[in-house]
Ligand binder design. Sequence first.
Ligand code: NAG
Length: 492
Amino acid sequence: MLHSLLKIVLTLSISPLIRFVHGSINPVEIHEQHFFDSVTREPFFIKGVDYQPGGSSDVTSKQDPLSDPKICARDIFLFQKLGINTIRVYSISPDLNHDACMTMMAAAGIYLILDVNSPMENQHLNRYEPWTSYNHNYLQHIFEVIEEFGHYNNTLGFFAGNEIINDGHSAKRSPSYIRAVVGDMKSYIKKNSPRGIPVGYSAADDLRYRIPLSQYLECHRENEPDSSIDFYGVNSYQWCGQQTFQTSGYDQLVSAYKEYTKPVFFSEFGCNTISPRSFAEVEALYSTDMINTFSGGLVYEFTQEPNNYGLVAMDRDGTAHLLHDFVALQNRYTAIESNEFQMIRKNAISLMAAAPLPACKDKYENIQIDEQVPQDLAKDLVRKGVDQKRGKYLSLKDSDLVSEFDIYDENGVKLNGKCKMEVVNKIEILQSDDEHVSQPKESNPDPREPPRQAEKQKEKESNAASFLTLSVPSAFFWTTCFLYFALHCNAF
Ligand SMILES: *[C@@H]1O[C@H](CO)[C@@H](O)[C@H](O)[C@H]1NC(C)=O
């Protein structure tokens, strides 16, 4: 009742920018081939961008895309303007602190899909000679990433690899190693993470390998039940300019993955050979043609880099200039939030049926799966856990949420007023003395049965008037950060 009332209010609200602060940031989980909010049970479609300012090679032990809270404040404000719910980041350094950026993202309702690899030494597989790089140091690195990010509710999933297989040679050598890394990551998560964070792979835009690899990574092996992926990311640049579901070949993509038992989504899309981009494919991606098979996608990419795929150009001093493509995508993402599109998505999901996991075959077309991968290399690290600070949400000040940088719209007009992200989720921060004692999985409350009473009580205690930080000095203390959305940059 309250829920539907709220919806009506939402629909009727004068400004489309007004949203309401609702509950906490809920983990997203997978059932069959779809993502769901683990608490509300609403289907979750990925609507996002790839985010790696400066490119992956710009990651050092001093900076990465989620280490600078000031840059995050600017960009999360823009994520919300763009209308997205997820970003994908290609590499981070687990030596840096990401708490502030992850807190802001959680408060703003933005999820993260994170690749665990980086271009730095010992932090990725060598695609042609994977046996030279699949070692203790590599595993240590990827487990550190998991250890840190697995503690944030808004970590939606991890990519075990991105386009590792991209030619005939890598297709011979790497598939078994990719599957081994997926298995190691899933074992680590099962043993050490507070919840079951999904693990996937992001495939290059090459039909020779993309489909057989998806089948190989999906299939079930009796003796290694945890080595199949939880979701599959497809990088696709086949819809360029004015196309249709048929002329783009999206129809064939859908047929190829129709029977797939895991969620599939575009981990990269947005062909730029015809520029400016109109992103007409967005409408197809979130329509009845595709939503049974695809769980949305991520546009490549947020910042303008030399390869010219950007939505926003950044100056060295941090000033942001929205490009034409930003506005085009913003309009597309706004359009698919119409009531009609929302109803379509809801109804589609209810028709889904469970499919059994196919058993692994001996051979897959165009890829070779018989490399002997060292067994049990990860065993000790999985059992002991790696020594790594765990991510946690912080309490932030109102001023932390405001962009310090100037932002110009696509016409070169500077946005005036405060460019402040809107807080849509209340972040409750629980800190305990024994932060470093790992918590047994069983102690997690069933997400389907939230502690209603406690929740109600907390609700009462919160004050919606303004940003409020409330801390009780005891072993456990709750900090309730609550903010009602304030003035935004007027120009939007
Ligand atoms: C994280 O998600 C759980 C539900 O699984 C919820 O109880 C908790 O409050 C969330 N934490 C935050 C900080 O939002």
